[in-house]
Design a protein around this ligand. Sequence first.
Ligand code: RIB
Length: 402
Amino acid sequence: MYLEQRRNSILDYLDQHDSLSVAWLATAFSVSKETIRSDLAALATQGMIQRCHGGAMVIRRNLQAKLISETGGNFEVLLQRLEGQRQRSAPRDSTRTKGRVCILGSFNVDIVAKVARFPKGGESLLALGSTLGPGGKGANQAMAASRAGARVHFVSKVGTDQFSQFAFDHLSASDIHSFRLYQSEVEPTGNAIIYVSQQDGENMIAIYSGANKTLTDGEVAEMTHELAASDVLLVQLENNFSATLNAMKLATTLGVRVIMNPAPFSADALACLQYVDVLTPNETEASLLSGVEVNDLDSAKEAALAIVRQGAKRVIITMSSRGALILENGQFQHIAAFPALSVDTTGAGDAFNGAFAAALANGQTIAQAATYAAAFASLAVEREGASNMPDHPQVVARLAQR
Ligand code: RIB
C-alpha cells in the first residue's frame, strides 16, 4: 500500500474508532511501529490527528469549528445548540474499562527552593537545594488522575517561550491520554516560586499565572467533543474565570459531573456553585469561603454547612493530617488521614483532587472516592515534586494497610 493511501486509511480507521494504538495500526497495515509513528507524526503536523499516549485520536476540529462558527462566537448560543442535541446523543458505551476525566487547568514551571525553614521578611536564606520542574494545579491533577487509572484529556495554555516546549515534552512523556496545549503570543508560560521547608515538608507558593489566564471562549468550545465523552470535568482557579465558568457550563449542558477545586482561593468560586457537583476546598480555602476559621473537625463541619448554605451541593474539606470531611445531603462523613512520612506537601491537594476525580469517574461513591484520594495523597507527600504522583497499585497497597 502506498504511503498516502495508508495515511488516508489510518484517518478512516480513526474516524470509526475515535482513538487507536500504534501497535494496533502496525498490525492492521502489516508495517512496523516505526512506520506508523512516522505516519502519525506527519498527520499530526498537518493538524489531522492528535497524538495521545501510545497512539492517536482524530481531531474533530472541523465539526467543532462549524458548530462554533454557527454560533457567531457566542458561548451561550453554543450551549443552547448543544442542549438541543443532547436528547439525540447516544447512550454511554458501557463496555469501557476506564473512567474518563476532562481537566481544564494550569501548567506552571515550578522553581523550588528547599529550605531549612521559611525565610522571614527581609531575610536572605541559603537554600539547601533547588529544582525546576513541571507543575500547575491543572497539570498536576491531570497527572494524578492518569496515574490513578483514568483516561484523561487535559486542556491548558502556555506562552511561546522556551518553557512551552518543556510543557509539551512533559505532557507527551506522561501517562495523560491526550491533551491540547494552546499558546499565548502575549503572556509567558505560568510559573510558581515555591519554598519547601525541611522541618515538615510544608510549602509556600507564589504563582504568576501568565498564559494560564488567557484561555479564550473558542479554545474552551474546542473541548466539546472530549468533554461530551467524559464522566467528570475537574477545574481549579488558576485560569481566567471566564474560561473555567464556560467549561463548567459546557459540562453541565452535556450532563458531565463537575468537580471544582477552589484553589488558589478566589471569591469567584461562590459565583458558580450552581454548576459544581463537588467542591473540594482545603482548610484555608474553606475558611475564606465560609468565614469560619477551620482548625479542627468541628469548625470544618461549621464551615461546610456555611458553604452549602451559599449554594454548594456537596463539599469535601481536605485537612491534611486531619483527613477529609464530606458534607453530602445534610450528612457528614469523616475520612481519616492515612499515616505518611511527609517530605514535600506541594501538590498534595492536586493528588487528592486528581485521584478523587478518577475514582468518581470509575464509578465509586463520593466516600469511596475520597478514601481512595486520601490514600493517594498520603503517598504523594512522601515524594518530592508537585507533579510526582504514585500509581494505582501503590494506592491499593496503602488502602490494604488500613
Ligand atoms: O498545588 C501545587 C501547584 O500550585 C504547584 O505545582 C504550582 O505550580 C502551583 O500551581
